[in-house]
Design a protein around this ligand. Structure first.
Ligand code: GUN
Length: 284
């Protein structure tokens, strides 16, 4: 192995310790950061994610409210719950776990969350703020990827070419905006890209966020490049794996994030950071 690992668990521990400290400081002023997490239905993966988020809140001293609803909950009922949480002063962050059942419009629900409590960073106002460089919540997964780059000394990406594979609203697009804000030259690749390997071979930084195994293999990577793997997939043996062929790419890359133990824990860490900031902003 030539690549060095970017350890998302270790970095998360550091950042969460800082969040816990700042939380204590807020508590001395009578404020406990509060996150409300809504889960509709029984999606097994969502149940695990939501449990991890609530546990992470408890570990840093937040209060968290998990609201579990039956899959038959109507869109109107969910919107009414969001409205109530928007008006609840003990709640600083609201997260509705996606995907929602088919009869509920994700977009409508996200837009109903107050931008002041949109700790997922999914609201159009948050996406717009990121685009024009205004204050707003940043989507947690790309924000975590930026923190991972910072942790290896890559805060200013002037002169670097970053290639993002994937164009989702949750990861690919905000990732591209954050890399651009850090002065990288950014290329966004997707299913309509003619020659993905030709793009990734030019990249100093590759972020793979497609949700498909082996999207990035060793021959597609420039020696020494930084490879960030956002994927969460299962291989044929049922083992968790990313979008990157880790075994091959680690022999070529300079830095690489593992799956598990890479971007995953950072996503939750940045949710904590956003929720803390939502509570702190009340102070000013
Ligand atoms: N589903 C998968 N990832 C996420 C996330 O980060 N936030 C929400 N709300 N739903 C998700």
């Amino acid at each position: 192995m030539t690549a060095q690992l970017i350890d998302g668990n270790a970095l998360s521990r550091q950042l969460r310790a800082q969040v816990a400290q700042r939380t204590q400081a807020l508590k001395t002023r009578g404020i406990t950061p509060g996150l409300a997490v809504g889960l509709v239905g029984e999606n097994p993966a969502s149940q695990v994610y939501v449990r991890n988020k609530v546990k992470a809140c408890e570990d840093v001293g937040f209060s968290s409210v998990l609201e579990k609803y039956d899959a038959s909950l109507t869109e109107e009922q969910l919107l009414a719950r969001v409205a109530a949480l928007n008006n609840d002063p003990s709640i600083h962050g609201i997260l509705v776990q996606l995907p929602l059942p088919k009869h509920i419009d994700d977009h409508k629900v996200i837009e109903a969350i107050s931008p002041l409590k949109d700790v997922d960073g999914f609201h159009v106002a948050s996406a717009g703020a990121l685009m024009v460089g205004e204050v707003g919540f940043k989507a947690c997964t790309p924000y975590g990827c930026m923190k991972m780059l910072e942790s290896i000394g890559m805060q200013d990406l002037r002169g670097k070419h970053a290639v993002v594979i994937g164009r989702s609203n949750i990861v690919g697009k905000p990732m591209a905006m954050m890399l651009l804000a850090a002065n990288a030259t950014v290329t966004v690749c997707h299913s309509g890209t003619a020659d993905l390997a030709a793009m990734t071979r030019q990249a100093d930084i590759v972020v793979a966020a497609v949700g498909k195994r082996n999207v990035l293999t060793a021959s597609m990577v420039k020696p020494g490049a930084v490879v960030i793997d956002v994927g969460m997939n299962r291989n044929d043996e049922g083992k968790l794996c990313g979008d990157v062929d880790f075994e091959g790419v680690k022999e070529v890359a300079g830095w690489i994030t593992p799956v598990p133990g890479g971007v995953g824990p950072m996503t939750i860490t940045m949710l904590l950071v956003n929720t803390l900031e939502a509570a702190e902003r009340l102070q000013v």
